[in-house]
Write a protein that binds this ligand. Structure first.
Ligand SMILES: [Zn+2]
Length: 387
């Protein structure tokens, strides 16, 4: 049907235009037309609609040149706000971003209890508080996305959160019923991978992000979508066995990767070896600077086991970009070079390994970015990173 086709094309053009404006932050109508290969008339018509909806705003740029001042378009940052929530094992972090993905508010609450009813009512109260706080904006809260450090099934039921001992919990349904708003649940490693792609690796189709804190999680973006596996549980890479018969793990196996290459494993070794000291990142950094032989050897072993797992992952995925998120790797001088020098296989290929710039915030910023992408219906979201 012609009308169906026309409205489909209109929708496609609209998302193309929004995508380019979001990516650059600010563009003139002529720039939009060049970037999208749409005619000036099409761009003008669509922009008129977006201005009506208050999703886009115009701004005259002051140049010291003679002639007309170009009118620039940007996404109306204050038209609505996204809530990204990171449900960690001992705390909940809330991030509120504007429609350009910039953080406008953040809050962290230490968790006293881990029971489902307690955390559910805490989440409801806090989200309602934000709903009221941002109600004056044109669209208010445009989406809520929650990072789950555990298994989320493809129908967004929490299958298992080890640290809370939650099994098959309907958090999405319960929140939606209480709030009257759509809520999305996503695995934390996926959200970190999404943030890395959206804020830094714009042209990347295949990105793996490996977070190395309490355990090891891997988020996989392939052709701009998550790779989830049949039930949604793919990426539990921390339980890949790297030392047969090695240290016992909570999962029931022995020798899992995260027993050797997570930051928790490093902290545990240092706590055992240096019982007199308080083990903090600052203290580890001082030891590394002073070339403490024990700490250097623990760090080298950490990077050695990290490299073994990375070698396996790279052989499976042949990724374009691998992003590693670890504070210890950021502290250690030339850590990437040390890791890459361990990756000697002639058959494994990747384009680059990078350290995450976003760090632990990647989870909640990725959550906000998903909410923005869904609200604006942009199939591929690219945003400038503003910290
Ligand atoms: Zn395990």
């Amino acid at each position: 049907m012609i009308t169906g086709d026309a409205s489909y094309i209109k929708k496609m053009n609209r998302s193309l235009i929004l995508k380019e404006i979001l990516k650059e932050g600010m563009l003139s109508r002529a720039d939009v037309s060049k970037a999208t290969a749409l005619t000036r008339a099409t761009v003008s018509g669509q922009v008129a609609d977006l201005l009506d909806e208050e999703l886009v705003v115009e701004k005259e740029i002051e140049y010291n040149l003679v002639g007309r001042k170009p009118i620039m378009l940007s996404v109306n940052a204050e038209a609505g706000y996204a809530i990204g929530i990171d449900l960690e094992f001992d705390q909940i972090s809330f991030a509120i971003s504007n429609l350009q993905g910039s953080l406008v508010q953040s809050e962290t609450m230490k968790l006293q209890a881990t029971s489902y009813p307690d955390i559910l009512s805490l989440l409801i109260a806090q989200i309602k508080h934000y709903q009221e706080g941002f109600a004056a904006s044109r669209y208010g809260i445009i989406g809520i996305v929650i990072a789950i450090h555990g298994l989320v099934s493809t129908d967004e039921v929490i299958h298992y959160i080890p640290s809370f001992d939650w099994h098959d919990v309907p958090l999405k349904n319960d929140l939606e019923k209480a709030l009257g708003l759509e809520v999305k649940l996503e695995n934390n490693a996926n959200l970190s991978a999404f943030a890395e792609r959206v804020f830094f690796h714009h042209e990347t189709d295949d990105l793996l992000s490996v977070t190395l804190y309490s355990g090891i999680g891997m988020g996989m973006m392939i052709n701009h979508s998550f790779f989830r596996g049949q039930d949604g549980f793919a990426g539990e890479i921390g339980h890949m066995i790297v030392v047969p018969g090695g240290q016992p793990c909570n999962c029931g196996n022995k020798g899992c990767w995260e027993k050797y290459a997570s930051e928790t494993s490093v902290f545990q070794i240092l706590r055992a070896n240096k019982p007199e000291a308080e083990i903090t990142y600052e203290q580890i950094e001082r030891w590394i600077k002073d070339k403490d032989p024990e700490v250097t050897s623990v760090m080298e072993q950490f990077m050695y086991y990290l490299s073994i797992g990375l070698n396996n992952i790279i052989n499976i995925y042949n990724p374009e970009v691998v992003v590693l998120d670890s504070e210890l790797l950021r502290i250690y001088p030339d850590s990437l070079r040390a890791i890459e020098s361990n990756l000697n296989s002639r058959v494994s290929h990747y384009r680059e390994i990078k350290l995450s710039t976003i760090g632990k915030k990647s989870c909640s910023l990725g959550a906000c970015a998903i909410a923005i992408q869904n609200f604006l219906q942009v199939p591929v979201l690219n945003l400038p990173y503003k910290g």
